[in-house]
Write a protein that binds this ligand. Structure first.
Ligand SMILES: Cc1ncc(C[n+]2csc(CCOP(=O)(O)OP(=O)(O)O)c2C)c(N)n1
Length: 552
């Protein structure tokens, strides 16, 4: 065996293999060539990307969809700094990620030196753990700890720096990857279930709020039977979309829009919120408990964040499915989901149906949502990027299975969706993948079209084109009465896509969109569809919602 193969780089890769890593997203640099070379000798697929930020988003979405940490890799200094956004996005969105970068050598890390910045200090606030591998003997423990922390509830990102001189060192004899142990959730305590049931039995009008924690726990089935048995209406967060199917008779849709949306009226009349895997980072609980008069039942794998509007009456931190089953069995009352759910569902369905029938051009956002839904199967995946596009998709796109409509709602980072689609397709190769992106966000990471084509990862990018940073314009128009510094011009997106070797589609009438989506989703390549969208609907929506008064 070559001397190099007994080195730190090889040991790092063997540890990644032991963790079950199948893919690493990254760009090599001068300071991690041995690690990159060792990866090339392993069964792990190295997806070479065009921007480290995109690698971090790919790892985030791969991690979110598999529950196993997505891995991204970069060189020191600038490369590592580029990993920061997706790393922060992963932590705030509760997605497991292990970010590994090179660092200047231990022989110069203590002084001013070329490309040297304190990367651990930089990553610390946005990760669960950030550390430097100071000696070869630390590799097995540090890699095991990184994955254990990243993947354990609440999941998030971890960062490891490997100094360039450590990477070249040989390892002490006998050093090997450590065995994996997975911390299992506890069963709910009988005493807490009793307290929770007593609280629920006294409730007048309870409502369920399901977040992504329920999806991560695989609790969609238990949640459906819990709500069905007890007759409870259920809303989801944006991240929780699909964990309770939108075509279920008790479904209220997704909460998180910036205004009082239909679903909020469901919360207005509730006295108890049964929160299932909700993370407060998604939206301020004051939005659903403005007078702080609702009782909160917190069902999660971990204790709730402290917030004056989320004053937990009873918390059960345990396996979520087991908790829901035990609570349903212990609750003696049953409720009628009530007329409000029906009203909310009919308002949402009406908005979507009017959109589907609207042939105007540029297309109404509701039409784009409706056609996207029609083109995708129930288990296909759409990633809705940050912007007005997210607002329309999150509130209106009917979702039936967990993690099939993905947004960034923790950090709300723009431009995660296009690289994220690459991570999604690698995580779930059997599903079709659509990235719905604003024209602003598209150009922030569009270089990854080349990565997808080179790596033969088929996917479709749908650009909602309005020649502006639409969400910011919306907010300015709402709050300032005018907008500034939001407009821009765009390249010819079809020519741009074709210059990479992708397929380009220009939508020129409303009836173009569904056939273009259908064709692109069936194609075994990368397609970019650009669709002019009429965002005058934005203000109309907020005006309409502003005038709504409940109860209906
Ligand atoms: C990386 C990043 N930069 C800036 C923002 C603030 N921001 C949120 S939405 C948005 C505009 C998005 O524009 P576009 O991608 O065109 O989508 P649209 O709102 O037009 O649908 C901006 C600038 C952000 N969330 N993330």
């Amino acid at each position: 065996m070559a001397a190099e193969q007994a080195g730190v780089a090889d040991l790092l890769v063997r540890c990644l293999e032991r963790e079950g890593v199948r893919v690493v997203f990254g760009i090599p640099g001068e300071e991690n060539i041995r690690f990159t070379d060792a990866l090339a000798r392993s069964p792990i697929r190295y997806v070479l990307v065009r921007h480290e930020q995109a690698a971090s988003f790919m790892a985030e979405i791969y991690g979110r969809l598999t529950g196993r940490a997505g891995v991204c890799s970069a060189t020191l200094g600038p490369g590592a700094i580029n990993l920061l956004l997706g790393t922060a996005d992963a932590t705030t969105n509760s997605s497991p990620v292990v970010a590994v970068s090179a660092q200047v050598g231990l022989n110069r890390i203590y002084k001013e030196s070329h490309q040297g910045v304190d990367l651990v200090a930089m990553f610390s606030p946005v990760t669960k753990w950030a550390a430097t591998v100071l000696t070869p003997g630390a590799v097995p423990e540090m890699i095991r700890k990184a994955f254990k922390l990243a993947q354990t509830e609440r999941p998030g990102a971890v960062y490891l720096a490997v100094p360039e001189d450590v990477e070249t060192m040989t390892t002490p004899p006998g050093l090997a990857p450590l065995n994996i142990n997975i911390p299992r959730p506890d069963m709910p305590s009988a005493a807490q279930i009793e307290r929770a049931a007593a609280m629920l039995n006294a409730a007048r009008r309870p409502i369920v709020l399901a977040g992504h924690g329920a999806a991560r726990a695989g609790a969609a089935g238990a949640l459906r039977s819990f709500c069905g048995r007890l007759g409870l209406p259920a809303a989801t967060t944006f991240h929780g979309k699909g964990v309770f199917p939108d075509d279920h008779p008790n479904a209220l849709g997704a909460v998180g829009f910036m205004r009082h949306d239909y679903v909020n009226f469901g919360f207005d009349e509730a006295d108890v919120i049964i929160s299932v895997g909700y993370e407060l980072q998604e939206f301020d609980p004051a939005r659903i408990n403005p007078r702080r008069d609702k009782q909160i039942l917190h069902l999660s794998r971990f204790p709730a964040e402290v917030d004056a509007s989320y004053d937990v009456e009873v918390g059960v931190q345990a396996d979520i499915s087991a908790t829901l089953d035990a609570l349903a069995a212990a609750t003696t009352r049953r409720w009628e989901p009530g007329g409000i759910g029906e009203k909310i569902r009919s308002l949402l369905a009406g908005e979507l149906a009017r959109g589907a029938a609207d042939d105007s051009f540029p297309l109404k956002p509701q039409r784009v949502v409706s056609d996207s839904r029609a083109a995708l199967g129930r288990s296909d995946i759409v990633l809705a990027d940050t912007g007005a596009v997210k607002m329309w998709m999150a509130r209106l796109y009917p979702t039936y299975e967990p993690s099939t409509c993905l947004t960034s709602n923790g950090l709300s980072a723009m431009s995660f969706a296009l690289p994220g689609a690459i991570g999604a397709k690698l995580a779930q190769p059997g599903r079709r993948v659509l990235a719905a992106v604003g024209d602003g966000a598209f150009l922030m990471n569009s270089q990854e079209i080349e990565t997808a084509l080179r790596e033969r990862i088929p996917m479709v990018v749908l650009i909602w084109q309005d020649d502006s940073y639409g969400l910011i314009k919306w907010k300015m128009d709402l709050e300032l009465g005018h907008d500034v510094a939001t407009g821009f011009t765009n390249p010819d997106f079809v020519a741009y896509a074709e210059s990479f070797g992708a397929r380009g589609h220009q939508i020129t009438s409303a009836s173009d969109l569904l056939p273009a989506l259908t064709e692109a989703l069936a194609a075994d390549t990368v397609s970019v569809i650009t669709c002019p969208v009429d965002y005058s609907e934005n203000l109309q929506l907020t005006d309409t919602l502003g005038e709504l008064t409940g109860p209906f």
